[in-house]
Design a protein around this ligand. Structure first.
Ligand code: PMP
Length: 422
């Protein structure tokens, strides 16, 4: 692993697995020609891409011929939502999305609405972070074109009952799209048995390269899509542009490794995640977990540190890289939309930190992360007068437990530039 730092931000982007890099090398160095050409050089590329299609299909539970390579899950989500609405019959005028979808669903949905292309309804989530099934049922009618609900949430790791949601969607003749970007390679996902018509995935969440992903459909659902990128007609006309052969090979090999190793990875990672949370909670008061703790990804924990602004905490955790759910939009830092949708207050949402572990996380990394979290939170809280005020109702202060390594008060609370996290 190329990082000296302790990297616990796998949900934003997982490092490239060296085995994937090796598998990509021939496509980067030896191969010439365009996969669309019919000479031997082109054929060499096509063979490599076709193998990748099989590997991706096996991971997602689909047919190789129904894999459309894209530049990532953002493009796959755009193709799914815009592509389906363009040729929709007039009586199918609404789409439903969950309120906590990734920006590449939420913003496309806003765009479709603003441009009068279709009506969008947002399905609330429960306080534990699940899609509210009762609300979905009340919103579903025969005018719904598509339901789009993510399999696993990037910020909380909460797993949605996708098969149940797909069944409900199908009862009303609606298509089911699932953004499975955080799910595949971390937990079991099978589009066919779950009844998902269109699935979005991304290579860089499963130890593949950045800038490549796929929209995987069924033969039927792909027929309903209108291309959003026009040109040479590659990928069944749905995604023109010369094939990113090395990227596809990387995604394919990462998918094969994910099929073989996700169970083993989860068995190793979940206990480390649980130890991290238990130890932080043992050593710090006023720490709670956001979202359900039983039905979530094995690698994710989202912690609320009362009285400690998460951007300040994260900025003080070097060399440990974790993430807040906040995003910088037009120069204003906004708390996580996901946590707000779950009913957290602005304050609680801006005091929450996501830890996401992965294949290369070690027990030593976790010990460092525990130490640094305790130090950073203690330090940030020490600067918060409100948190340190005596509780007038019972006359007590918040008691801080002594940490084995005292907080390094000379570290400054600095603001960093924020970008939306994955
Ligand atoms: N959907 C989800 C749930 C994600 O977590 C991400 C990545 N942050 C995306 C979509 C976008 O993926 P990509 O980076 O491949 O465009």
């Amino acid at each position: 692993m190329a990082y000296d730092a302790v990297y616990l931000d796998y949900n934003a982007s997982a490092p490239l697995d060296p085995r994937v890099a090796e598998a990509m090398l021939p496509a980067l160095t030896d191969a010439v020609g365009n996969a669309a050409s019919s000479h031997r050089f082109g054929r060499f590329q096509t063979v490599a891409v076709d193998k990748a299609r099989e590997q991706v299909a096996a991971l997602v539970g689909a047919r190789p011929g129904n894999v459309i390579f894209t530049s990532g899950a953002t493009e796959a989500n755009n193709l799914a939502l815009k592509g389906i609405t363009e040729t929709a019959p007039p009586q199918r005028s609404r789409i439903l999305i969950s309120a906590v979808e990734h920006a590449s669903i939420r913003r496309v949905a806003e765009w479709l609405e603003i441009n009068g292309i279709c009506q969008v309804d947002r399905i609330s989530v429960t306080p534990l972070g699940f899609t509210d099934i009762d609300e979905l049922k009340s919103l579903l009618r025969d005018d719904v074109l598509m339901v789009s609900v993510m399999a696993a949430n990037s910020e909380t790791g909460i797993l949605n009952p996708i098969a149940e949601i797909a069944d409900l969607a199908h009862e009303h003749g609606s298509l089911m799209h699932c953004d499975a970007t955080q799910m595949v390679g971390r937990s079991y996902f099978d589009a066919e048995s779950a009844g998902v018509d269109l699935t979005s995935i991304s290579a860089h969440k499963i130890y593949g390269p950045q800038g490549v992903g796929a929209l995987v459909g069924t033969s039927q659902s792909l027929k309903h899509l209108t291309p959003q990128t026009h040109g040479g007609g590659q990928e069944q006309g749905l995604r023109s542009g010369s094939m990113n052969v090395a990227g596809a090979v990387g995604l394919g090999f990462a998918a094969e490794l994910a099929c073989e190793e996700h169970g083993k990875d989860a068995d190793r990672i979940a206990p480390m995640r649980d130890h991290l949370v238990t130890e932080i909670q043992r050593r710090l008061p006023d720490v709670t977990q956001n979202g359900d703790v039983t039905k979530r990804l094995p690698n994710t924990a989202n912690l609320h540190f009362s009285g400690a602004n998460s951007d300040a905490v994260v900025s003080n955790m070097d060399p440990v890289a974790v993430s807040t759910g906040s995003a910088c939009s037009a120069g204003v830092i906004e708390p996580s939309q996901v946590l707000l949708a779950m009913g957290l207050s602005d304050e609680a949402a801006s005091e929450s930190v996501r830890f996401s572990l992965g294949r290369f996380t070690t027990p030593e990394d976790i010990e460092t992360a525990i130490e640094r979290t305790v130090e950073a939170v203690t330090h940030v809280r020490s600067l918060n007068d409100d948190y340190n005020k005596p509780n007038t109702s019972d006359g007590e202060h918040h008691e801080w437990q002594t940490t084995t390594t005292p907080a390094t008060t000379e570290r400054t609370v600095e603001q960093r530039e924020l970008v939306p996290v994955g």
